[in-house]
Ligand binder design. Structure first.
Ligand code: G6P
Length: 368
């Protein structure tokens, strides 16, 4: 096993460091002449253009990738997207329309029972199903009408890291593709977005060089009983994933809230014993986030701020800061995911938990 870990103490850390390669392997073969090309015969540009609504159905971390997918597809391709938890979707008689709808199923393993059932339900209703899957030949990959493989390689640690960021990169490719076939972005804009996506792995390398800071911050939060994550827009989706990562491997209770919801209840829980991780990478929402951070600071919360390098702010806005590179904000989820993973990882290590095999959790949930 030590050999398989390639010198890393845990699979999770190894997989965190494999992300630049995993993203390059997933993205670069799909960009041809400056535009996304999935090489899927059943999904011609004409067919892609005809979809009026997209559903993204998945479980756990894959569902969180779907939430980012919703934001980026809607922003760029202007197609309404619904994200659903597979175990909810399959039992709530969703109103699907075979003429207009596309169902995207996201799964690392391709074997999750609820996700597979959701795929079958959509297929039975005659809707085109597109699977985004990491394991070649898995049930979901075999049964879906079309497949886009993520090329993360085997993911061993129960907490998903590289599988998540490659799922995000496919969501971006898909959004760019849809926007381009619909004529919403021209060739130049398409090529620019593809270039930015291709350059992300180098930016992730920069984030990985910040591991010591993530470890330091983890040492300051390791004794917390509860932690709140807050964010807006894309950063809210990242808050959910950061919170899941932390709680599943460190056993610290954590919750994620859309920052604007704080005053609708959550803020009553904020005390000096409730540290807050505030994610604020989106300039158009930054002022709003500052107000929310001030609200929790006033109530004594210790704050870790995750923002872009060079973000102008008052020095006392937060006790701790993790900066991500100043890059095209549209892609910030892929960069923000990495320090959140490292924060969860080091917190778990410092608390002496079994990082790669957290109690009661399975890598793949093949029964309901
Ligand atoms: C389990 C794993 C998670 C994963 C989820 C969905 O809960 O522990 O890491 O996100 O299943 O798995 P899938 O293989 O469908 O992506």
């Amino acid at each position: 096993e030590a050999a398989e870990k390639g010198g890393y103490p845990h699979f999770m850390l190894k997989e965190i460091y494999e992300q630049p390669t995993a993203i390059t392997n997933t993205v670069s073969p799909r960009i041809i002449n400056g535009a996304p090309d999935f090489g899927i015969k059943a999904l011609t540009d004409e067919i892609l253009k005809s979809f009026k609504r997209i559903w993204i159905v998945a479980c756990g971390t894959a569902m969180h990738a779907g939430m980012v997918g919703k934001s980026v597809i809607e922003q760029l391709a202007r197609v309404p997207v619904e994200v659903d938890i597979a175990s909810e979707f399959r039992y709530r008689k969703p109103i699907l329309n075979p003429d207009d709808d596309l169902v995207i199923i996201i799964s690392q393993s391709g074997e999750t029972a609820d996700t597979l059932a959701a795929l079958r339900l959509a297929k039975e209703q005659g809707v085109h199903t597109l699977a985004v899957v990491n394991v070649v030949g898995s049930s979901i990959a075999r049964e879906a009408n079309s497949v886009i493989y993520t090329w993360a390689g085997p993911e061993i640690a129960v907490a998903s890291t590289k599988a998540y960021t490659v799922q995000l990169s496919v969501m971006y490719l898909f959004a760019i593709k849809m926007a381009s076939v619909k004529g919403l972005i021209d060739e130049k804009e398409t090529a620019k977005l593809c270039d930015d996506l291709l350059a992300l792995p180098a930016k992730i390398e920069e984030v990985l060089q910040n591991a010591d800071n993530c470890k330091f911050v983890a040492s300051k939060f390791q004794n917390a009983h509860d932690i709140f994550f807050i964010g807006r827009g894309l950063d809210y989706s990242l808050s959910l994933e950061g919170s899941l990562k932390l709680k599943e491997i460190s056993y610290i209770h954590s919750d994620a809230y859309a920052a604007g919801e704080l005053k609708h209840g959550t803020i009553s829980l904020i005390t000096t014993d409730m540290p807050v991780v505030a994610i604020a990478t989106q300039s158009h929402l930054f002022e709003k986030m500052i107000s929310n951070i001030k609200e929790v600071r006033t109530r004594g919360a210790k704050v870790l701020l995750i923002c872009k390098k060079g973000t102008e702010r008052q020095a006392d806005l937060s006790e701790y800061v993790i900066e991500i590179p100043d890059y095209n904000e549209y892609f910030s989820p892929i960069l923000t995911a990495v320090p959140l993973q490292m924060f969860a990882y080091y917190t778990s290590v410092l608390r002496g938990c079994d990082v790669d095999k957290p109690r009661n959790l399975a890598k793949s949930v093949t029964v309901e």
